[in-house]
Design a protein around this ligand. Structure first.
Ligand code: PMP
Length: 289
């Protein structure tokens, strides 16, 4: 495997980062998760824009331009002969001392990893996922805006651990005010009486897949609502699904033991899954271009 590291393409064995890198010491950095389908990088500009916005929000100056980042991503895919892939660009604060002051870090570390990765949930796209509402709350925007896709994913990992112990596939986060935020690594939607409802993006990451699904739903003439949701909306929904680059569109069939709808992926979710697949196969920024 070939990795992009600070302007060079190196074999995996040589892709080493210092133990004094603040990405490791403090989770001080940002990242993206991007997919390429069929030789095209899906929504590349949007992902790069979000990466640079995340960096800006934590006062981290990415040392390469957006165009150079796009090229680094494509070249990583080309060097690894990948046409369908999951891509992980990372920008850390860089090497500093053991103190947390970022001024001690001279230059950010830039990494791009690309791997072959198929459907994250395997046959659960047919069966539906089981989820629980976890007790850990999504980090409030007053403390750490969920819109910063930072290297500190412990909040999300704690949610995942809770879901794991409770034997289900995904965690659903609430925020500290009692509203639904998102999944551990994806956005959440409910379908009720033909309308699609999803929370506004203050307490969750403004997902790029979320935006694609909203575009698809709009083009299909489905009523869209962005509003706060609570437990009641989840348990009584006709359908619930999550969206994310890794998860794609994932139907949820059970939450906290309550069967959602008829316990199978519902018709609106299925329509969106099919339309999403079509779009990902034909859109995107060509790797060889
Ligand atoms: N929320 C969280 C916490 C995530 O990690 C992700 C994955 N990036 C998402 C939502 C979905 O975002 P996207 O559709 O842009 O991948």
């Amino acid at each position: 495997m070939i990795i992009y590291l600070d302007g060079r393409f190196v074999p995996e064995e040589e892709a080493k980062v210092s133990v004094f890198d603040h990405g490791l010491l403090y989770g001080d950095g940002v990242f993206e998760g991007i997919r390429a389908y069929n030789g095209r990088v899906f929504r590349l500009d949007e992902h790069i824009a979000r990466l640079y916005d995340s960096a800006k929000a934590i006062d981290l100056a990415v040392p390469i331009t957006k165009e150079e980042m796009a090229e680094a991503i494509k070249e990583t895919l080309r060097k690894n002969n990948l046409r369908d892939a999951y891509i992980r660009p990372i920008v850390t604060r860089g090497v500093g001392d053991l103190g947390l002051d970022p001024r001690k870090c001279e230059k950010p570390t830039v990494i791009v990893i690309a791997v072959s990765w198929g459907a994250m949930y395997g046959d659960l796209y047919e069966m539906g996922l089981r989820a629980v509402c976890v007790s850990v709350r999504r980090t409030p925007p007053e403390s750490m805006p969920p819109n910063v896709k930072s290297l500190n994913y412990l909040n999300n990992i704690l949610a995942k651990i809770e879901a794991n112990y409770r034997g289900v596939d995904e965690a659903i986060f609430f925020d500290t005010k009692g509203y639904i935020a998102e999944g551990s690594g994806d956005n959440l939607f409910v379908v009720k009486d033909g309308a699609i409802i999803t929370p506004p993006t203050l307490n969750n990451l403004r997902g790029i897949t979320r935006a694609v699904v909203l575009e698809i739903a709009e083009s299909m003439g489905i009523t869209l609502l962005e509003r706060n949701l609570g437990y009641f909306d989840l348990y009584t929904a006709d359908e619930v699904f999550v969206t994310g680059t890794a998860a794609e569109v994932g139907p949820i069939r059970e939450i906290d033991g309550r069967v959602i709808g008829n316990g199978k992926p519902g018709p609106v979710t299925r329509q969106l899954m099919a339309a999403f697949k079509t779009i990902t196969q034909k859109e995107g920024s060509p790797i060889d271009g």
